[in-house]
Design a protein around this ligand. Structure first.
Ligand SMILES: [Zn+2]
Ligand SMILES: [Zn+2]
Length: 474
């Protein structure tokens, strides 16, 4: 019995861990690796195992770094079930189709250069039909229900508080020699949110883990105690309004966008938002928002109260909000003279409509670029946020950064060091933990967090490299 770490191992993206049990293989997540284009291109194409050797997949949540390479698994012969919550399946349906579209455009860009150099052309990583085939394999299970994955393997989803549908996965693996013995409990955190996130219920904890695979994205960070995302949004919208500028928010279409809209709606309700138009410029965000509206089971009390209030039946919409689907609608924003808020994707400024808005507004000092989520190394988002460069390249052209750059504190979908430590302690409670593998983190986060776990006598701790294994008793 063992787990092998193939993705999000000593890096943040491409979550993918393989559980070996009684000759069967269960894959936890099958995410896309995101990073430097060349590396990503190769990594995502070469799965470290054949799809037809995998018996089942359990998907923690729909973020593309966890779900985005499932169609490649299907392409390589996977025929088993993919277990997830229903909200995750619904979000995956729009996200995987969107991802197939991005793969098409990505390969077009690569092939343009290869054609000029007389090289053979690439196929896209996967096509729309593979995304559709992936969706046919989903089996949805709601939170808190124990279900059979394979003979001798049961699982349960717990609320992760990270994004709509996100789950912590509890796996109970029958003893390989003695089926009457207590099963081995492996807990996979997926991505761990935190208490008090807008819209979502707070994370639940699982106890009695024998082995843990946990994320440590912010294992070395403390989120600012009193950081108030709502207050920052209030100040920045007023600033944009007074300066006649644009507030541009690069945000993931799924999750972060809805949280920001929810907070803007709260401001509007309280009469604290200036008369400024808000544009959600992302077709994916529009579709995802519809899915958010359907999954009441994931809401916290505040959100439920909000939908039950007669004068605010839709907390994800208000008078000044405009959802933009069409390309023409998106282009029209370039010519807009009035101040406005534009929320667009991708969240790390790696592609998508946000690049056009940056290109058109980054040289204007009345523009504010507000980052609302984690920015991976080498992405344009990270470069802008670090603020080390006066000039940046967008679509091959150089632009001087005159816009103000800001970060929305208190908006992270990931717990900080304190949250993660608390989660680890709870998960190991009433158990006999024999291994904690830290994944989904950069090196400095992992080492700092490992030291904290050791101080609390939680471990042994492992920071696996791709291909490393954690053997499990039982
Ligand atoms: Zn996530
Ligand atoms: Zn993630």
């Amino acid at each position: 019995m063992k787990v092998q770490f193939w993705g999000a191992a000593q890096t943040v993206t491409g979550s993918m861990h393989l559980v070996h049990h009684q000759g069967k293989q269960i894959l936890l997540d099958c995410g896309l690796y995101q990073g430097k284009r060349k590396v990503a291109f190769q990594k995502n194409r070469e799965l470290p195992f054949a799809g037809d050797k995998i018996d089942a997949v359990i998907l923690s949540h729909a973020h593309i770094d966890h779900s985005g390479n499932l169609p490649s698994l299907i392409k390589s012969g996977f025929k088993g079930p993919i277990f997830s919550t229903s909200a995750t399946r619904d979000l995956a349906s729009v996200m995987l189709l969107d991802s197939a579209k991005i793969q098409k455009y990505d390969v077009r860009y690569v092939n343009k250069k290869r054609k000029l150099n007389g090289q053979t052309l690439f196929e896209p990583l996967y096509k729309q039909q593979h995304a559709v085939q992936t969706l046919r394999r989903f089996r949805t299970i709601e939170y808190d229900h124990l279900f059979d994955v394979l003979p001798g393997v049961q699982a349960r989803f717990h609320f992760a508080g990270h994004m709509l549908g996100a789950a912590v996965v509890e796996l109970n693996l029958a003893n390989e020699n003695d089926s009457s013995a207590k099963p081995t409990r492996l807990v996979f955190s997926g991505d761990i949110g935190r208490d008090g996130m807008p819209i979502l219920r707070d994370p639940q904890t699982v106890e009695g883990a024998d082995y843990v695979i946990m994320e440590a994205t912010y294992g070395n960070r403390h989120h600012e105690e009193r950081a108030d995302a709502r207050q920052s949004l209030k100040e920045l919208t007023h600033q944009a309004f007074n300066e006649g500028g644009k507030l541009i928010i690069p945000a993931f279409s799924v999750g972060r966008t809805q949280e920001i809209v929810y907070r803007l709606n709260q401001l509007a309700e309280a009469g604290e938002l200036p008369e400024i138009d808000v544009f959600i410029d992302s077709p994916l965000a529009v579709n995802a928002t519809d899915i958010f509206r359907e999954h009441v089971e994931c809401y916290d009390d505040e959100m439920i109260d909000a939908i039950l209030t007669e004068d605010d039946e839709d907390p994800l919409s208000f008078e000044r909000i405009n959802y933009v689907r069409s390309i023409d609608g998106s282009k029209a924003l370039n010519h807009r003279k009035k101040p406005c808020v534009i929320i667009s994707a991708s969240g790390m400024c790696e592609g998508g409509r946000i690049l056009h808005h940056l290109k058109n507004n980054i040289e204007n000092p009345t523009t504010t670029i507000l980052f609302a989520g984690y920015q991976a190394p080498h992405t344009l988002g990270r470069i802008l946020l670090d603020g080390n460069l006066e000039k940046v390249r967008i679509y091959g052209e150089e632009y001087t950064v005159r816009a103000k750059v800001s970060k929305l504190e208190g908006s992270s979908g990931h717990g900080d060091q304190g949250d993660l430590l608390e989660w680890a302690a709870e998960t190991c409670k009433r158990g006999n933990v024999k291994g904690i593998a830290l994944v989904h983190c950069e090196e400095d986060s992992a080492t700092a967090f490992a030291a904290e776990l050791k101080k609390r006598k939680l471990g042994p701790v492992l920071i696996p490299a791709p291909g490393d294994e954690m053997a499990m008793d039982g």
